[in-house]
Design a protein around this ligand. Structure first.
Ligand code: F6R
Length: 260
């Protein structure tokens, strides 16, 4: 795991954006795994700004989002389809026919999950997966006790996760109870991943992910098994880590390590 710690959220966001752009510029038809949530908003804003400056194109990219709520249609205001259109897809040169999210309004969620996983495979697999982390250590919607090898499937959301996402729905009872999510096994199969966490509310989950045991109690800890996982933090999200001196030593101010 590469742990990069920045002084503030703005620098952390810029670093995560740079990782994604480096992949896209090296391979314009890269397959990107995308995440939603509050942490990702400034990241997508930055990607849109970089696109407007002509520094990146999404024209040949293929994208797969991690998850979607079950029971709501793509045009629902709280859906992740809507989120992605609002924050990224409507503002860059992406070809919408190459953007994929699970359909929350599908007839049979189990079939939808299997087909989604198969589509990721048929696209050649994900080159770079973006991730956020929940306060309980979830990634995607893989809540604590999720299998660490599962593929895309149906998950029941915890009350805490429903509370955390209440801002996207008018009434609490409108918040879906179930979601389709790529599994930890799907995430571990990606060629590289970048997890962005900012703010002190994420500090405990980040410490469990990076320095705790690999455990389904903190699904994000499975990233310790990923061959190319980069964890991008601001100093608040890094506050509970104990090996901070080492991370700063290896990657001073988030820089790549240099041998000499
Ligand atoms: C959603 C997703 C989730 C979020 C996590 C953090 O696509 O991947 O795992 O990343 O719930 O959400 P925020 O950033 O809102 O705290």
């Amino acid at each position: 795991m590469k742990v990069l710690i920045y002084d503030d959220a703005e620098q952390a966001v810029a670093s995560a954006a740079d990782h994604l752009i480096a992949v896209l510029n090296a391979k314009p038809d890269a397959v990107l795994g995308l995440a939603t949530g509050g942490t990702m908003l400034p990241l997508y804003q930055r990607l849109v700004a970089l696109y407007q400056e002509g520094l990146v194109s999404f024209g040949k990219a293929v994208t797969f989002n991690l998850d979607e709520y079950i029971g709501i249609s793509p045009d629902h205001a709280g859906s992740y389809h809507t989120y992605m259109r609002n924050v990224l897809f409507d503002h860059v040169d992406i070809d919408l026919s190459r953007t994929y999210l699970p359909r929350g309004d599908c007839e049979d969620a189990a079939t939808e999950a299997a087909e989604y996983e198969a589509l990721i495979g048929a696209s050649g697999g994900i080159d770079l997966q973006l991730l956020g982390i929940g306060q309980n250590g979830h990634i995607g919607f893989n809540e604590p006790t999720s299998s660490l090898s599962a593929l895309t499937r149906i998950k029941t959301l915890t009350q805490d996760t429903r509370n955390a996402n209440a801002r996207y729905f008018e009434h609490f009872e409108d918040i879906p109870k179930y979601a389709l999510t790529m599994g930890i096994g799907s995430i571990l199969a990606t060629r590289s991943c970048v997890l962005l966490a900012t703010g002190v509310a994420k500090a405990q989950a980040v410490a469990a992910m990076v320095e705790g045991p690999v455990s389904a109690a903190c699904p994000a800890s499975a990233l310790q098994l990923h061959p190319k996982a980069t964890i991008v933090l601001d100093k608040d999200a890094a506050a509970e880590l104990t090996l901070t001196d080492y991370y700063h030593h290896v990657h001073p101010k988030g820089a790549e390590s240099v041998w000499n």
